[in-house]
Every structure is written in C-alpha cells, then in structure tokens.
Design a protein around this ligand. Structure first.
Ligand SMILES: Nc1nc2c(ncn2[C@@H]2O[C@H](COP(=O)(O)OP(=O)(O)OP(=O)(O)O)[C@@H](O)[C@H]2O)c(=O)[nH]1
Length: 417
C-alpha cells in the first residue's frame, strides 16, 4: 500500500464520517428537540456546510445522502485495495475522479449557482454521474462488484420520491447500458469462462428486473401523486367556495351579516388599542317594495346588486360594507368622523341618482335613506347598531332619500343632504 493511496483512504474515511455526521446533525436540527441546549442543535454547522437559506439547505440535505452513498462505494473499493483484491491504481483514478466530481457539485450547491439551473436540485445529473461511477466501480471492483449493484438500487430508490417516470426511465436505461457494457467486459476479462459469463448474465438479468420494477413503482407513485394533487386542488376549491359562502352574500357579493359582525368586533378591539373610532351607517333602499311589485323580483334582485356595487364603489378600501337584511346595508367607516361619513353617504346617494339600476327599466332610479352614528368607547356593538337603525327610521320619517344622525345624539344633528 503506497502512501498517496493511504492518504486517499484516510480522506475517504474522514469524508464518510463527515457526511454521516452532517446528515445526522441536520436531521437533528430539523427535529429541533426542545430538550437539547441551543448550542447543541447544530444549526450553525448545517448553516456552514449547507446553507442558511432553508430551500438550499433542503437541497443540500438530499445532496449529502448522495455524497454518503458515493463515499461508501469509494470506501468499499479502497478497503478492497487494502486487502489486495482490487487494483490500486485503478482505484486511485476512480477515487480522485469521484472526489473532484463531488467537489464540483458541492461548489455549485454551496455557491448557489444551482439556482440558475432549470432544476436547482441537480438530482438527474447527480444520478447520472453516480451511475457512471458505480459502473466504473463494478468494472474494477473484483469480488466486491455486487456492492456497486446494491448502491445503484439504493440511489435509485432514494430518488424515487422526487423523480418522474420519464426521468427514472432515462436513468434506468443509462444504468442498463453502462452495466451491460461493463458486465460484458468483466466476463471477457475473467477469461471468458462459461461460469463467468453465466454469473454476469444472471447479474444483468436481475439488474434489469430490478430497474423495470422500480420504473413500474415510480409510474404508480406518479399516478397516485397526480390523483392526490387533483384531490388537493378540488379540496382547495371547495374550501374557497365554503369560505366565500360563509362570509359573503350570494346575491350582492357583499359580506354577509355574520362576517360583518366579526369585522365589527375586530374593529372594536382595534379601536380600544388605537384610540381611534369608527362610524356605522345603516342604509335602506326607499320604496323597494314598489320596485318588486312593479318590475318583478328578478329586476328587484338586479337593483339590489347595482345598489350594492354603487355603495362599494363610493367607499374607501378600508371601509367595510355588508348586506345586513333584505334591502338593508350596513357600512363601517374606519378611522372616520361623523361629518365625513355623512358626506361620503351623500356622495353615494348622488352617484346612485345617476346609475341605471335595472337593464329592463333603464329609466328606473332608486334612492336610499341612511342613519349614521359613531362608536362610543366601551359600548356594546348592538347599541351602536341600534343607534344607526334609529337614525335610519328618523331619515325615513323625514321623507326618505336623506342621511341623518341618531336623534338621541346630543351632538348637533346635521342633515347632510
Ligand atoms: N327582489 C328582492 N326583494 C327583496 C329581497 N329582500 C327583501 N326584498 C323586498 O324588499 C321589500 C322591502 O319592503 P319594505 O320593508 O316595505 O320597505 P320599502 O318598500 O323599501 O319601503 P321603505 O323602506 O319604507 O322605503 C319587500 O318587498 C321585500 O320582499 C331580495 O333579496 N330580493
């Protein structure tokens, strides 16, 4: 055993220990057990060896499994050399080539250059290279050749969870071609004896069987993955629809009463923290029964939708409007004083006067009455809503198409219309 070879073997051993330690420590860090002292969670080591970026770290962890696999194969060869079973020079070439290749992949990964590639995980090129080295190892591996076959199956099985069927077919084809060639060469090198031929044929047929089985398994996994993704998409759609139904009114698309109460509660708590208040306005379309009676419920529905749109369009993004009842809407003006809320409502009334609210009755115009009030610190929301409701009734009583404050409001009541 010459000394450069000894150094390479020592390096191999250190490399293997380092990669196993890295996998173990990054795994430990992922589990992040609360009982482990902070300095022992190895976050710093995994940041140093892989990357601080979680996406790169995940790729690095997968890469380290490949590294460990590759180093195990190279180590096995070097053990064979130590015991005089494998040609030392051939092993040195393979070991050096494998180390350089691993270093190149590691440099790509650690520098982040892999992110510029179409597939930043580089799984396919790595697998191709590993298959090449394993075939090379098989060629020079002497009695330890089956180790290369075992490692080949291990690496292909490891990539199964992420690989696609076409990818695995490509990798399997490469493996079959390279191993077929080296097996043929090994049979020739071993003197072309009948038993050597038979053994290589047996190995090759078993390898083909394993590769086909893996491909079938991946095809099945891909199908299951596709079905699971489909179900997930359907579930997400259904969830979105349920959320929409739970929070929105079907006819107008505005928030429904339940969701509005939630928003009001949130705003109430925000008000307590920030000290800034909000206003509420109860809006009711005037003489809406007449619209229904005269034009039918279909047109009535259309009018409701168009009034809802006009109100929404006239509000700020931070304001919230909901369909409170049949032809009633509740508006929450956040961080707004009474006077401003009244002005906004009057502006919306003016916009509505210009709006065609029913396609079949283009001349039809509707008006609304509104009662407005502001939230008083610490009061129950129902009280604020009641005040807005009372103000609405006052507006109806005052002849409709106007905006009024709650009559019991001691502050000056101003009719903004
Ligand atoms: N088309 C339609 N009509 C509705 C809907 N919800 C409630 N209404 C109708 O709205 C009308 C409300 O009538 P009233 O409560 O008498 O009020 P109004 O006719 O608007 O009179 P004032 O409010 O006093 O100006 C009723 O005819 C309800 O049937 C709905 O979703 N679609």
């Amino acid at each position: 055993m010459d000394s450069p070879l000894q150094s390479v073997q020592l390096l191999m051993l250190l490399g293997l220990v380092a990669s196993v330690m890295t996998i173990a420590t990054t795994r430990l860090m992922r589990l992040n057990p609360p009982w482990l002292p902070g300095w022992l969670r190895f976050a710093w080591l995994s940041d140093l060896v892989l990357s601080a970026d979680p996406r790169q770290k995940a790729l690095g962890r997968r890469f380290m499994v490949g590294v460990a696999n590759c180093l195990a194969g190279v180590l096995a060869l070097n053990v064979g050399v130590v015991h005089g079973l494998i040609d030392a020079t051939a092993c040195l070439y393979l070991t050096s080539a494998a180390l350089v290749t691993l270093a190149v992949f590691y440099a790509l990964m650690r520098s982040g250059l892999n992110q510029r590639l179409a597939d930043p995980s580089m799984v396919e090129p790595q697998t191709w290279v590993i298959i090449g080295f394993l075939a090379w190892g098989y060629l020079i591996g002497g009695p330890g050749r089956p180790v290369a076959l075992l490692l080949l199956v291990a690496i292909l099985t490891f990539t199964m969870s992420t690989t696609t069927f076409p990818q695995l077919v490509r990798e399997s084809s490469l493996a079959a071609a390279l191993f077929g060639a080296v097996m043929w060469r090994v049979a020739a090198l071993e003197g072309g004896s009948a038993s050597a031929d038979v053994m290589q044929w047996v190995f090759f047929c078993v390898l083909l069987l394993v590769l086909v089985t893996l491909c079938l398994l991946v095809a099945q996994m891909s199908r299951l993955r596709g079905e699971a993704q489909c179900h997930q998409a359907e579930l997400n759609d259904a969830l979105g629809r349920i959320r929409e139904l739970a929070t929105h009114d079907d006819l107008t698309g505005l928030f429904n009463r339940r969701h509005m109460l939630e928003r009001l509660n949130n705003e109430k708590h925000r008000t307590i923290r920030s000290g800034r208040s909000f206003c509420l306005a109860m809006i009711d379309i005037d003489h809406f029964k007449r619209v229904n009676d005269q034009f039918g419920h279909g047109t009535g529905d259309q009018v409701l939708g168009n009034v809802a749109n006009t109100i929404s369009a006239g509000l700020r993004e931070t304001d919230v409007v909901a369909r409170w009842g049949g032809e009633e809407f509740l508006v929450m003006f956040t961080d707004t004083d009474l006077l401003t809320a009244e002005r906004v409502l009057v502006r919306i009334q003016q916009a509505l006067a210009q709006t065609t609210v029913a396609e079949l009755a283009p001349q039809l115009r509707v008006t609304f009455s509104a009662g407005v009030t502001d939230y008083q610190p610490d009061e129950m929301l129902t009280r604020t809503i009641d005040r807005a409701d009372r103000a609405l009734y006052a507006a109806k009583a005052a002849g409709r198409a106007c905006v009024l404050r709650d009559p019991s409001d001691l502050r000056a009541s101003s009719q903004a219309a």
